[in-house]
Write a new protein. Structure first.
Length: 174
């Protein structure tokens, strides 16, 4: 008995069927058009307002890198207020802290520079656990590393949310 389909066609047909199912679910790529698409070009038009402190500098840098800010004339401004906290969790017998949690929360607003309208008002945040070891230098280094990592994570969340906003409000292509 001969096979109905050639074995080489089975993966191609499965891929085609998957593509049809995916198209039917309504999912669309966020960055349609790549670097020339509406989302990517709009993100380059967002300027990041200055943010106070070391955590603010890290966040501002992370956001500017992700948004590719400064490449075009800004049409929007992203204002961010940070809440950076370190709290002790575990306590040793000598009453010293054994573990810390660093929490970075951001409240951000996307503002239209043409009329001052707040287009998006949301929050983002993340936290990291830190082992407080016997060396104060090592603990401070771990706290700083956690802040750098958290700044990147929260910046990713903010940029993703702004990109989703742009995608949802962009005019539909004919």
């Amino acid at each position: 008995m001969k096979p109905i389909l050639a074995p080489a066609l089975v993966p191609a047909l499965a891929l085609a069927a998957f593509g049809l199912m995916l198209a039917g679910c309504g999912l669309q790529p966020l960055y349609t058009g790549g670097g020339a698409g509406v989302v990517a070009t709009t993100l380059t038009q967002v300027e990041v307002a200055p943010i106070q402190g070391k955590s603010g500098w890290l966040m501002s840098t992370a956001l500017s890198d992700r948004l590719q800010a400064g490449k075009t004339t800004p049409l929007y401004r992203l204002e961010v207020r940070l809440d950076d906290r370190i709290s002790g969790l575990g306590v040793r017998r000598d009453n010293s802290v054994a573990r810390e949690r660093r929490t970075l929360r951001a409240r951000y607003q996307l503002i239209d520079l043409a009329n001052g309208t707040v287009l998006l008002d949301a929050t983002a945040g993340s936290d990291a656990g830190i082992d407080a070891v016997g060396s104060e230098y090592a603990t401070i280094a771990a706290e700083n590393t956690a802040l750098e990592r958290l700044s990147g994570i929260v910046a990713d969340q903010i940029v993703s949310r702004v990109a989703l906003y742009v995608r949802r409000t962009a005019p539909k292509a004919p």
